[in-house]
Ligand binder design. Structure first.
Ligand SMILES: C[S@@+](CC[C@H](N)C(=O)[O-])C[C@H]1O[C@@H](n2cnc3c(N)ncnc32)[C@H](O)[C@@H]1O
Length: 332
């Protein structure tokens, strides 16, 4: 009996630890956000060698009364894998901070920088709706975002130029690496295409990479007007503004990268997430009934009720999924 109750206590202690970890998990991303705001990854990078704590403290733009807290912040972020420590030299005990792969992705000048992504996701306009979640389950509002702001996320972003800019930058940084991977490793998937439209293509990071690496393909970046308004195309790349639930420019293939779907009412988000995992970051969709040609044959219509998750690229000319298997192999 006593053994049983000891086992139970041990289990409960583990459960309590789990609950603690969840309650305080916000400290992880808040600490990371703080380090980015203070410019710590860039300061360590610019130092060019393992940076002692004392040196880091003097380089930081902080109030002198806060210097003793830098160690705590760094300990936290070292534990989370954003920095590591190296001996300054063989004979000394003193250590210095160096960047890890994760913090290299947070450097401001790195084209792959995820710092804008962090800023965008932590913007109160995007985090506040999460507080509405329990209430949202009890009403018929289409989304927690809609509850908080009284409109869809994309409509809200269109009215907030700063957030629009932040969000587009965030997506661009996030997509750079995947774009490189797709154009380096998955060229076969585009074989035979003469044109492609990236629907919800943001500021065009993915389409630009494709256009550059495959100059025979005419690429169109299609996104909401406020996203593409001031963007200039190039020889085989153009920007078109519009609403994908209205009209999509025609092309041999449609590319949908990342989850406009999450915000599509009626779309099964779990299915989207499963596919995201499956494709390593690509959410994909296809119209079940094929694409309807408009009278002039130039414009294709996407009916949001017909969306189905499952394909990265769809050959709209033939209504067939395009090299689906090749793409999966590339992502495996
Ligand atoms: C999560 S972002 C993805 C951007 C880009 N595909 C990438 O992965 O970097 C979703 C994009 O879809 C666009 N979008 C949302 N609703 C849209 C609509 N109805 N028509 C066209 N674009 C839309 C947004 O403006 C945004 O740029």
């Amino acid at each position: 009996m006593e053994v049983q109750s000891e086992e139970r206590t041990t289990k409960l202690l583990g459960a309590q630890t789990n609950v603690w970890n969840h309650i305080f998990s916000f400290i992880n991303f808040m600490s990371l956000n703080c380090a980015i705001e203070l410019g710590i990854p860039d300061i360590i990078h610019n130092y060019g060698q393992p940076m002692p704590l004392s040196q880091l403290i003097t380089s930081l733009p902080i109030h002198p009364s806060k210097t003793s807290f830098v160690y705590r912040l760094m300990r936290m972020l070292t534990h989370s894998g954003f920095f590591s420590q190296q001996k300054l030299n063989e004979n000394e005990l003193e250590v210095g901070y160096v960047l890890t792969d994760a913090s290299i992705l947070l450097l401001k000048d790195n084209p792959l920088s995820m710092a804008p992504f962090m800023h965008a996701i932590l913007d109160p306009a995007l985090t506040n709706p999460w507080h509405q979640l329990p209430t949202w389950f009890n009403n018929d509002d289409p989304s927690a975002f809609h509850m908080e702001h009284g409109m869809k996320m994309w409509d809200y972003i269109a009215l907030e130029p700063k957030l629009n800019h932040l969000f587009n930058d965030a997506m661009a940084g996030d997509t750079e690496l995947v774009a490189k991977m797709v154009t380096d490793k998955c060229k076969g998937v585009f074989k035979g295409l003469e044109s492609l439209v990236d629907v919800g293509g943001g500021t065009g990071t993915m389409a630009k990479a494709i256009a550059q690496s495959l100059p025979q393909i005419e690429c169109t970046v299609f996104d909401l007007p406020h996203v593409v308004a001031s963007l200039q195309g190039s020889a085989n790349l153009k920007y078109v503004g519009g609403d994908m639930f209205d009209l999509i420019p025609s092309a041999d293939a449609i590319l949908l990268k990342e989850p406009e779907l999450e915000y599509v009412e009626g779309c099964d988000e779990l299915e989207v997430e499963e596919n995201m995992e499956h494709f390593g970051g690509f959410a994909t969709l296809k119209s079940q009934g094929g694409y309807d040609d408009e009278e002039n044959g130039q414009i294709l219509k996407l009916n949001e009720n017909e969306l189905e998750v499952g394909y990265v690229l769809t050959d709209t000319t033939q209504g067939q999924p395009l090299k689906y298997d090749t793409f999966i192999e590339c992502n495996a």
